[in-house]
Design a protein around this ligand. Structure first.
Ligand SMILES: [Zn+2]
Length: 434
């Protein structure tokens, strides 16, 4: 699922809630879930109705206090699922109409408290986000070496209390994106010259903006987001691959240009030495335009390779890459593709998507496609580029023109580089590729 067409259902639920509030239905805490992630812990209180609450922080010792009103149950809290090093305990007190919940925290934190309206499979929720400053892993950016690894950021769609689409048998999209992503990372990491970084490593929520930021901080050459599609009727099936639309990319370039504080990030510090702000803007615009063109070409070519491979193991919903502004497809400076591996709303495909064998085949297809893409168009400083500039041993059935095509060089260049008198080559002959 890539977009949130929930406006209708949300509006419907708001009206329902309005009427139920008139009938004075008391609220109840039904369950408590703690979702730790590498840089954040989310605590979710599942409630039978929209919460009426106030919250505040206290120190010595560090606590977050939440006062819920119009609530039954007194001090009784349901069993808590999950834990986090940020939370020492959760306790409560109350009477027949209110409840005070106290989170004892392990350090001073700045919690964000907000409520969420129902989204299947979850109902009304009160959410507490605790940022985990200590646990944010500030990995240094990969150093630029003579032959660096190509970095693929793999994003398993959805997670935590965002289940994504739900199949007819009740299977969640978030539960199939992660194993495919994990398997893909494993295959990529076996490939010399390629390295995978995972955007999501477990079952927790990450905002789409944060997903792109993580890919950017790792200097990813490509961001691959894995999803499954869904429709209101069971018939649609097959995979599709999406790339950022030109319109959205252009809008984003404009927005980044307005954020002058980001120019030094975009220009790698050059902005600071340019005194003339008109020139700085011009330079930022040029860099962004080049970067956007590179991103869009890269994403489109990679998307085509992915479709070619996926087409061998599954039907395709769309045979060509589709352009849109959705999910992680939002940054003009990082080549990004979003792969819908099939329709979870189609009962047969849901069954396939659930199977570990099919998940592994999908991961293998993605790996083959990405490898092929970067063999054809390696970043200049990568190991792939270095290997490509090496040699080729002629095999049966190969001709000079075939090899020229494969390595994307002209026959003339290949002939001259190897000082060949004519176009005939023999099996076992070693050619240097220009
Ligand atoms: Zn999705």
């Amino acid at each position: 699922m890539k977009n949130n067409n929930k406006f209708l259902s949300c509006a419907g639920l708001t009206i329902l809630w309005f009427f139920s509030a008139l009938s004075y239905a008391s609220n109840q805490v039904q369950s408590i879930r703690i979702w730790p992630s590498p840089d954040n812990t989310r605590v979710v209180f599942d409630l039978s109705a929209a919460p009426q609450y106030k919250s505040f922080s206290l120190d010595n010792p560090d606590r977050l206090v939440i006062d819920l009103s119009n609530i039954v149950g007194g001090a009784a809290l349901p069993k808590i699922k999950g834990d986090s090093p940020l939370i020492k305990s959760i306790r409560s007190s109350g009477d027949n109409n209110s409840m005070r919940i106290v989170l004892d925290l392990s350090s001073p934190l700045k919690p964000t408290v907000f409520s969420l309206t129902p989204t299947a499979p979850y109902g009304h929720r009160l959410v507490i986000d605790l940022p985990d400053k200590q646990r944010v892993v500030n990995r240094p950016p990969p150093s630029i070496r003579a032959a660096r690894d190509i970095i693929i950021a793999i994003d398993a769609g959805h997670g935590g209390e965002d289940p994504g689409s739900i199949g007819p048998s009740g299977y969640y999209e978030k539960n199939l994106t992660l194993p495919i992503a994990n398997r893909l990372a494993e295959l990529i990491n076996k490939e010399p010259g390629m390295r995978a970084v995972m955007v999501r490593t477990g079952d927790y929520f990450i905002h789409v903006n944060r997903r792109t930021e993580l890919a950017r901080s790792q200097q990813a050459d490509l961001l691959v987001s894995i999803h499954a599609d869904a429709f209101t009727s069971p018939q649609p099936k097959g995979a599709s691959v999406w790339v950022l639309s030109l319109r959205r990319a252009t809008t984003e370039v404009g927005r980044m240009l307005e954020q002058t504080e980001r120019h030094s990030e975009l220009l790698g510090g050059v902005a600071e030495v340019i005194r003339d702000s008109a020139n700085e803007r011009y330079l930022a615009q040029t860099v962004l335009d080049l970067s956007m063109n590179h991103s869009m070409v890269t994403a489109y070519q990679a998307a085509n390779q992915v479709l070619a491979e996926l087409g061998k193991i599954t039907s395709l919903h769309q045979a060509k890459p589709q352009a849109a502004s959705l999910g992680v497809l939002r940054s003009p400076d990082i080549p990004s593709i979003l792969v819908e591996v099939g329709f979870i709303s189609n009962p047969q495909e849901e069954k396939n998507l659930k199977s570990a064998g099919h998940q592994a085949r999908l991961a293998q297809s993605l790996q083959r496609a990405l490898k092929r893409h970067f063999e054809l168009a390696p970043p200049a400083d990568s190991l792939f580029a270095q290997q490509r500039s090496r040699e080729h041993k002629v095999q049966a059935g190969e001709s000079l023109s075939l090899l020229a095509q494969r390595y994307e060089v002209s026959v003339d260049a290949l002939r001259n580089h190897n000082q060949l008198a004519n176009d005939s080559i023999r099996i076992g002959q070693v050619l240097r590729i220009p």
